[in-house]
Design a protein around this ligand. Structure first.
Ligand SMILES: NC(=O)c1ccc[n+]([C@@H]2O[C@H](COP(=O)([O-])OP(=O)(O)OC[C@H]3O[C@@H](n4cnc5c(N)ncnc54)[C@H](OP(=O)(O)O)[C@@H]3O)[C@@H](O)[C@H]2O)c1
Length: 259
């Protein structure tokens, strides 16, 4: 690597990024954070109306973007997405696998979670990430790019009554390691494991005062994270500042897993 100032290593000018689940919450913050660092960014999700302001936000920051919906649980949709991105913006340098769900019918003791709920959560959270990595592989190998997966503290420790979610997020942490080994030295693969972040996904928790207080008390930094506080470490992992980092999962959890 040529010598240059540390701050230049965070510069993503000329890179093309795809962020799944980029319409809301953490994914939206990641898409805009990558654009702040200079990247062209395609945020994708199923809901076009969520994507429109994010596409506009990327363009306002000087990046190129494209309005492309995708269901990451549908492998044909995923293949079509990456073909469209390559056609419109060129080969992908950065893939952020952020799309994730934890619906109410997937919560509870094992006897309460039916097969459909298990399939949906694992298909989106884990299968979707693998399908995107597979579809982006030729581009990533060509560009010497990188993947950042968004897991959860539920990928590092067990959480009661969240079996499909925890299994899928542990799977994502494992997938990060195996893909990093396979793809080295050409493509780096890393992961972040957020703690509790104030988004639509955690609305049930933030709106219930008692639950919110118990989570804050359990968190050494004593609060929920803002989505931008997850986006910044993702931008780091996507940049040359992390050129010697691969196969790792960075907890972004306010110290939650330090206890
Ligand atoms: N919030 C937290 O406290 C927290 C903590 C740890 C980890 N995480 C992880 O961080 C990621 C983002 O969470 P968030 O809190 O930002 O969630 P969110 O606000 O619910 O947003 C989820 C995003 O994923 C998209 N999505 C859902 N299913 C999809 C599918 N099948 N195909 C494509 N996109 C899909 C949603 O858009 P559509 O519905 O329009 O498709 C939306 O844009 C998830 O992987 C989550 O597990 C969150």
């Amino acid at each position: 690597m040529t010598e240059h100032a540390v701050d230049e290593r965070f510069d993503l000018t000329g890179r093309t990024a795809v962020v799944t689940g980029g319409g809301r919450g953490i994914g939206r913050a990641i898409a805009l954070g990558l654009a702040d660092a200079g990247a062209d960014v395609v945020p994708t999700a199923r809901t076009e109306s969520d994507l429109e302001p994010v596409v506009a936000g990327v363009e306002e920051r000087g990046g190129e973007s494209a309005l492309l919906t995708c269901d990451v649980a549908d492998a044909d949709d995923v293949d079509a997405l990456f073909e469209a991105v390559e056609a419109e913006l060129g080969p992908v340098d950065v893939l952020v696998n952020n799309a994730g769900i934890n619906p109410a019918n997937a919560l509870g003791t094992p006897d309460r979670v039916d097969q459909d709920a298990w399939d949906l959560v694992t298909d989106v959270n884990l299968g979707g990430a693998f399908a995107c990595a597979r579809a982006a592989a030729p581009n990533l190998e060509e560009t010497g790019g990188c993947v950042v997966n968004v897991a959860s503290v539920g990928g590092l420790v067990g959480l009661p009554r969240q079996h499909p979610y925890v299994a899928s997020k542990h799977g994502l942490v494992g997938l990060t390691k195996s893909m990093a080994i396979d793809w080295a030295p050409d493509v780096r693969v890393n992961c972040v494991a957020p703690g509790y972040v104030a988004t639509d996904l955690t609305e049930d928790l933030t709106e219930n005062e008692e639950l919110r207080a118990s989570i804050e008390e359990r968190t050494p930094l004593d609060r929920f994270a803002e989505p931008e506080e997850v986006a910044a470490p993702v931008v780091f992992l996507a940049s040359d500042a992390a050129a010697y980092v691969t196969g790792t999962t960075l907890a972004v959890d306010g110290g939650w897993t330090a206890r």
